[in-house]
Design a protein around this ligand. Structure first.
Ligand code: ZN
Ligand code: ZN
Length: 408
């Protein structure tokens, strides 16, 4: 196991971040994952990084703050805290986020406090967020089990067993196996994703039409000069990195005002430590005009009300229903994994998925139809019977997805 963890950490540092000699590295990690964070720090120093800055987090302390903190703190972010994100990102530090949220950490917390807090932090660290979205620095999100999360995924076994099972699931999904070199596995995987990207970009679809038996019936217009992406990405100075490990998706951004119809979620979503389930959005000219949910409706409503752009879509992503993560049959209650098991959309901020997108400012991207928001939340819509038709500029109708999987 020790060997496997070292391989995993080295994958995150070498492929996820592609750390360069002399580059600072930030590791954001829950205190519960400190052992693994240390292995990552060691790998970062081995790769020649200048210094590792730690950003420790803790779900339980965060929960206490929401329950017991003074009310006014939810509308502000201390200057020193904002300075950390804004100044370190300006240095071009490589940013590793270990994302291992307890899906139920915020049960019973006032959703309005969460909403106000996301608005305040969205504004305070906007320079950092913009640099991240524009790939000014390399960044990678990966996960490590925590006891609370493992028990949510495997409620029927002991905590130790649950931890072990979640580790296995994470390492399998990340292609870290006993007798193989994960760095090599990732090169092959990323080149497969690049081939899909190439085909989609060649079709240069005007729009995509989604239909399935849940009731989804949605048309999504793609921007002029849009660009599908997937697998590895490039920083503005041309270094490859992999923003999510694992990743199975190819993705693009819709035209902000070009989405119409109704879409049903196919998996639950965890928003800020609260579960939302069996929900649907009705959209008109891109705007979410109606929301339904059997569980967690108030959390979903708060999330799309954070700012103007939060009620528009920012991402359209294609993932085969038979992806390895989907095959595991597990519901991870963690977007990093669940999004890679299913076609998904996101409400909120769009990535600069345009041919010349990397050099454009947020204002220029908005003019070209890409949504802006402090929110970016993926939700899953893939089903085994999902059909997606791509309509070309000259009106040809090309099957993109048939029965939940790529048609080409
Ligand atoms: Zn995605
Ligand atoms: Zn996303």
């Amino acid at each position: 196991m020790e060997q496997k963890l070292k391989k995993y950490a080295s994958l995150l540092i070498k492929v996820g971040l592609n750390v360069q000699k002399g580059q600072p590295v930030v590791i954001s990690s829950p205190v519960d994952c400190a052992d693994f964070a240390r292995i990552c720090a060691e790998e970062a120093y081995n790769a020649g990084c200048r210094e590792v800055y730690m950003n420790w987090t803790d779900d339980q302390i965060a929960r206490m703050k929401y329950l017991k903190g003074a009310d006014e703190i939810f509308d502000t972010v201390p200057q020193w805290r904002a300075d950390f994100f804004n100044s370190v990102s300006a240095e071009g530090a490589a940013w590793l986020s270990i994302y291992s949220e307890d899906p139920e950490a915020m049960n019973g917390v006032d959703p309005d406090r969460i909403r106000r807090s996301s608005i305040a932090s969205g504004k305070a660290i906007k320079p950092y967020r913009d640099r991240q979205m524009l790939n000014f620095f390399p960044w990678c999100i990966a996960s490590v089990p925590t006891a609370a999360w493992a028990k949510t995924v495997f409620p029927d076994v002991s905590e130790d067993e649950a931890m072990e099972m979640l580790w296995d699931a994470i390492l399998d999904a990340s292609r870290v196996f006993d007798n193989s070199d994960p760095v090599r596995e990732w090169e092959v995987h990323c080149s497969n994703l690049s081939e899909r990207v190439r085909i989609l970009n060649e079709y240069n679809f005007d729009c995509l039409e989604y239909k399935n038996s849940l009731g989804t019936d949605l048309t999504i217009k793609l921007p002029e000069d849009h660009l599908w992406m997937g697998g590895s990405e490039e920083t503005q100075d041309g270094r490859t990195f992999c923003a999510n490990i694992p990743t199975e998706e190819v993705f693009c951004a819709p035209v902000k005002t070009g989405v119409d119809g109704i879409v049903y979620a196919s998996k639950p979503l965890v928003i800020n430590g609260n579960i939302v389930d069996n929900f649907s959005f009705k959209l008109e000219k891109g705007k979410i005009v109606d929301v339904q949910a059997e569980t967690g409706l108030e959390f979903l409503k708060s999330a799309i009300a954070v700012d103007e752009g939060a009620s528009y879509l920012g991402e359209v992503a294609l993932v085969p229903y038979h992806s390895p993560i989907s095959q595991s049959g597990l519901l991870f209650y963690n977007t990093l994994f669940d999004e890679n098991a299913s076609c998904h959309l996101a409400f909120g901020e769009g990535y600069p998925c345009l041919k010349d997108g990397a050099g454009l400012s947020r204002e220029e991207l908005s003019k070209r139809g890409i949504n802006d928001s402090i929110m970016h939340e993926d939700f899953m819509i893939g089903t085994p019977d999902l059909s997606i038709i791509g309509v070309t500029k000259d009106g040809q109708r090309i099957p993109v997805f048939t029965d939940g999987d790529f048609a080409f």
